[in-house]
Design a protein around this ligand. Structure first.
Ligand code: NAD
Length: 349
């Protein structure tokens, strides 16, 4: 451990909790599992493999991510706490299968208090290897499959809530939506919105992708940077994090922001700036919960119908946040945090 890592003070800063560590000489495994609240049920969240500059950075990452998962699961009313695992990528050559098998034993040692799945740096094939050592996994091959359609469905439902509660519309017919990113989620979402009669302007840094989706749906397409200047009802970030920043907010010509991308606000001040401009921001972790709902249903015993029904409820969560935000004149991100904390404290009810 680096002398600069003040472990218990770090745990206290993040409001923890439990942090488990595993080091295995034979396979080179160095892994951390953070469990943020198992009050509602087993902690759920992915395993990432990446290189970290030092141990403190890995600890910070796992604690931050597991905490975010706990808030997301609570707000989606799932019987799960938040968890996350990081495997520090070994320097030099290593046997990936042996490493993941040993990691599976580490997960198994937590006896179901942590349920893992894929994340950045891991694939369903990796989850298959982990599953050979523990049954506490979801998202292996042959499991509930690609979560993107469920995430997109939830975002569409969130946009419907915004249309009804913020824009005074009864449906999406003629709603102008600007989509940033038409990858896995963005493409499914664009199709759902087009089917409901929305008028789309879209962009992607991949010009071929941008062109193909625009042609398929009869949508307008613009250059990536121009998406922030599009006059629309809803801006929908579905690319990378940090789309909303001090630089982009003054350019926005929308009345709401609602998309799947994680960490859309570059910092909390951005949430307050949007609120001051009367642009409703659907908190990312509330509106993009469909993928998590899908794997949580897999853990309970998969049924696509149940996953779909539960994802539809993203509508009510966004509406609840919207109404409280208006009533209390508080940025929606802060309202969502308080709501999630209350659910974690009082239970699902
Ligand atoms: P993806 O990689 O399939 O799609 C992202 C798309 O955005 C790509 O087509 C990429 O070319 C494009 N892009 C990147 N930078 C851009 C920019 N500056 N401007 C315009 N386009 C840009 O990823 P995805 O699975 O569709 O996920 C999209 C976002 O939603 C990510 O932030 C992800 O973390 C989040 N998310 C995804 C899921 C899911 O189920 N896949 C669930 C929850 C959250």
């Amino acid at each position: 451990m680096t002398p600069s890592l003040d472990l218990f003070a770090t745990l206290a800063t993040h409001g923890y909790g439990e942090l488990h560590a595993c080091r295995d000489e034979a396979t080179g495994l160095r892994a951390l599992i953070g469990l943020y609240s198992t009050r509602l049920g087993p902690a759920i969240g992915g395993t990432r493999i990446r290189a970290y500059p030092n141990d403190a950075a890995a600890v910070d990452d796992v604690l931050r991510l597991a905490r975010a998962m706990a808030y997301k699961a609570a707000l989606a009313r799932l019987p799960h706490g938040g968890g996350k695992a990081v495997i520090l990528a070994p320097e030099g050559a290593f046997d990936r299968t042996e490493l993941l098998q040993r990691f599976g034993e580490f997960v198994d040692g937590l006896a179901g208090r942590y349920v893992t799945t894929e994340d950045s740096g891991t694939s369903p094939a990796d989850i298959d290897v982990i599953r050979s050592r523990t049954r506490h996994v979801v998202g292996a091959s042959g499991g509930s499959g690609d979560p993107s359609p469920f995430t997109a469905l939830g975002v569409r439902r969130g946009i419907e809530a915004v249309a009804a509660g913020w824009l005074g519309r009864s449906d999406l017919e003629g709603l102008r939506v600007a989509l940033q990113g038409v990858g896995h989620v963005g493409t499914h979402l664009a199709r759902e919105l087009a089917k409901a009669g929305a008028k789309l302007t879209l962009t992607d840094v991949d010009p071929a992708r941008r062109r193909a989706v625009a042609e398929e749906l009869g949508a307008e397409s613009v250059a990536p940077e121009a998406i922030f200047d599009v006059e629309c009802d809803v801006l929908s970030p579905n690319a990378l994090g940090g789309a909303l920043s001090e630089a982009t907010i003054p350019r926005l010509r929308c009345r709401a922001v609602a998309g799947a991308a994680n960490n859309q606000l570059a910092d909390p001040a951005v949430g307050r700036a949007l609120h001051a401009r009367k642009i409703f921001y659907a908190p990312d972790y509330a509106i993009n919960a469909g993928g998590l709902i899908n794997v949580a249903i897999e853990y309970a015993g998969y049924s696509a119908g149940r996953a779909q029904r539960q994802t539809l409820a993203v509508h009510d969560t966004i509406l609840e946040i919207l109404e409280r935000s208006r009533r209390e004149d508080t940025p929606p991100g802060e309202v969502a945090d308080r709501l999630a904390e209350r659910i974690m404290r009082d239970g699902l009810g």
